[in-house]
Design a protein around this ligand. Structure first.
Ligand code: CUA
Length: 318
């Protein structure tokens, strides 16, 4: 499947990513020059023939060799200094406090999905999403990273973000997206059976669109109006779904699995495993173990009518 979202270290979408990309290019450049010089010197030494009249004890020759070795040592020290200064400058820039007011987002790793929380001093303004982080373009973002179980690592290649999520310890990392777009990220630390299916998307959008998105996320779920969706809500609330999932505005409030309040607005399901389509939803609900073996979600043998009603309800959760 073609996964939505850009996914390239060398296509930076923000200042931190550009800084890291620049440092990478500097190191590749220096390493290439060193490689060419070393191979050149090696070939020159291997192909050189000693002249018959050459005197191994000649003091001028000795001086020349000393000069070459001293020059090589000096060049090595210079190269290491360039790398040191470059990486120090990049590290300083990455750790610097953001200029504007940063947007705080809490991201928690679970086996194998990501909880995304937008907290606020007013608890009614909290919003919870999953596997999709929306950010406004041009504003610094601080991700507060936690893990619920084992060590995960959040990696957003286009945004210069890579940081471990450690159980019992909050870490943080900041970034800024300067170009609007959808960027793919994933878990970069082996965390069990379905580590490879622990992806997420970062959606960077203009500030007004982001504000509209966040306002919608803060809303509780709409009460379904059409009869199929209403029936689906009944199925949802009376089946095992409520053991793990929350839909704000209904009695379903479990935090064991992803919050589904605005599921229909997400681009993918099962932490970036499949596009969010009705057919994929159906397959996932019936037998998630076939798609993501080992996932905590159990199979759900729903009657066909109940399944269709449930799908209509999930589609209404915008
Ligand atoms: Cu989470 Cu690998």
């Amino acid at each position: 499947m073609q996964f939505p979202g850009a996914h390239a270290v060398h296509d930076p979408a923000g200042p931190q990513a550009a800084m890291l990309d620049g440092l990478g290019n500097l190191l590749y450049g220096v390493a290439t020059v060193v490689f060419v010089l070393v191979v050149g010197a090696l070939l020159a030494a291997a192909l050189r023939r000693r002249r018959p009249d050459e005197d191994p004890e000649d003091p001028a020759r000795e001086r020349r060799i000393t000069l070459v070795v001293a020059g090589a040592v000096g060049a090595t020290v210079a190269v290491l200094l360039i790398a040191l200064v470059g990486s120090y400058a990049a590290g300083r820039e990455l750790a610097a406090r953001p200029a504007g007011e940063a947007l705080q987002i809490r991201v928690t790793g679970y086996q194998w999905w990501w909880a995304v929380e937008y907290r606020d001093s007013v608890p009614q303004n909290w919003a919870t999403a999953a596997n999709e982080i929306h950010v406004p373009v041009g504003r610094p973002v601080v991700l507060e990273l936690r893990s619920n179980d084992v060590i995960h690592s959040l990696w957003l290649p286009n945004l210069g973000v890579k940081r471990d999520l450690i159980p019992g310890e909050a870490t943080s990392i900041r970034f800024q997206a300067d170009s609007a777009g959808v960027y793919r990220g994933e878990c970069a630390e082996f965390c069990g059976h379905q580590h490879a299916k622990m992806a997420l998307l970062v959606v960077a959008e203009p500030p007004d669109r982001f504000a509209a998105w966040l306002a919608r996320q803060r809303d509780t779920a709409r009460t379904p109006v059409d009869s199929a969706a209403r029936r689906g809500q009944e199925v949802f609330l009376t089946s095992t779904c409520v053991m793990c999932h929350a839909v704000q505005g209904t009695p379903a409030g479990s935090r064991f699995g992803p919050d589904l309040t605005h599921l229909a607005g997400r681009r993918t399901i099962a932490a970036g495993t499949q596009p969010n389509t009705r057919g994929n939803q159906a397959g996932w609900i019936m037998d998630p173990q076939r798609i993501k073996p080992g996932v905590r979600m159990p199979p759900n043998a729903l009657a066909p009518n109940d399944l269709q009603a449930l799908l209509a309800y999930l589609e209404s959760l915008e």
